[in-house]
Design a protein around this ligand. Sequence first.
Ligand SMILES: NC(=O)c1ccc[n+]([C@@H]2O[C@H](COP(=O)([O-])OP(=O)(O)OC[C@H]3O[C@@H](n4cnc5c(N)ncnc54)[C@H](OP(=O)(O)O)[C@@H]3O)[C@@H](O)[C@H]2O)c1
Length: 249
Amino acid sequence: MAIADSLATTMSDKTKTEAVAFVAGSTGYVGQAVVAELRRQGVTTIAHIRPGSSRLERLGPAMQNIGASVDTTEWNTAALTKTFQRLGVTHVFCLIGTTRKQASKEGIEGDIYERIDFGLTSMLVEAAADQASPPRFVYLSSIGAKTNASSNYLKARGKAEAKLAAAGLSYIIARPSFITGSDRDELRPAERIGAAVADGALSLAGLLGGGKLKRKYQSTSAGELAKRLVDYGLGSDSGAFEGSDLARA
Ligand SMILES: NC(=O)c1ccc[n+]([C@@H]2O[C@H](COP(=O)([O-])OP(=O)(O)OC[C@H]3O[C@@H](n4cnc5c(N)ncnc54)[C@H](OP(=O)(O)O)[C@@H]3O)[C@@H](O)[C@H]2O)c1
């Protein structure tokens, strides 16, 4: 979908005033930026932080300071269904996912992406679809997500996308390449190096006529991506966005 098509459906001030956004993964790099962007645009925002999150104590008050409410509903479909109903949620932002390092710290075993990236997204999709007025759903996926991907990570992301697309909700799927920036509060050297190498190679490809490749795989920062996710999320188009639709110009 071209960016111009979506921006044609810009949200009205009424949509923003009436929206109640629930941000799952609000403590993450992208989640924090999405909460800040929603509040910057004056949207009622619920920052979901899992009970027991190591970031609850530090980030909970920070979210409240910018006018977001903090919700610590446990991760199960029934509890989330009740929370969406109680809070009148109109938009769900699903920005969660684990990494091998994080899963190992938490003692999560087996296919970690199936269990967390697909499993938790599934709960949110089911809770949303169960509402009398189902909320619009914004799913942060990844470039390369496919149900038949050879990597467990991309397969779980593909399955989550397929589940969302079949749920009958109004939705947006975002498939960014690397999300990186000096403002990330966690050191991820491999990601930064990967993004720098990819952007360098893509610039070269761009010079050699590979503009399409460059637009598809260009990295983005959390701030840029958050702005796009909020703008598309509060709009009315459904579908998937990737590449330069999600990256800095
Ligand atoms: N970074 C990239 O380059 C990139 C590129 C494309 C797609 N993506 C996708 O985008 C997602 C968000 O990216 P990000 O950089 O913002 O990730 P992040 O900073 O690692 O944040 C991940 C979020 O997921 C939550 N989470 C992790 N494990 C969980 C668990 N077991 N149960 C419940 N919640 C859990 C974290 O909560 P706690 O704070 O409580 O741990 C945090 O809010 C990623 O998961 C990734 O799959 C990332």
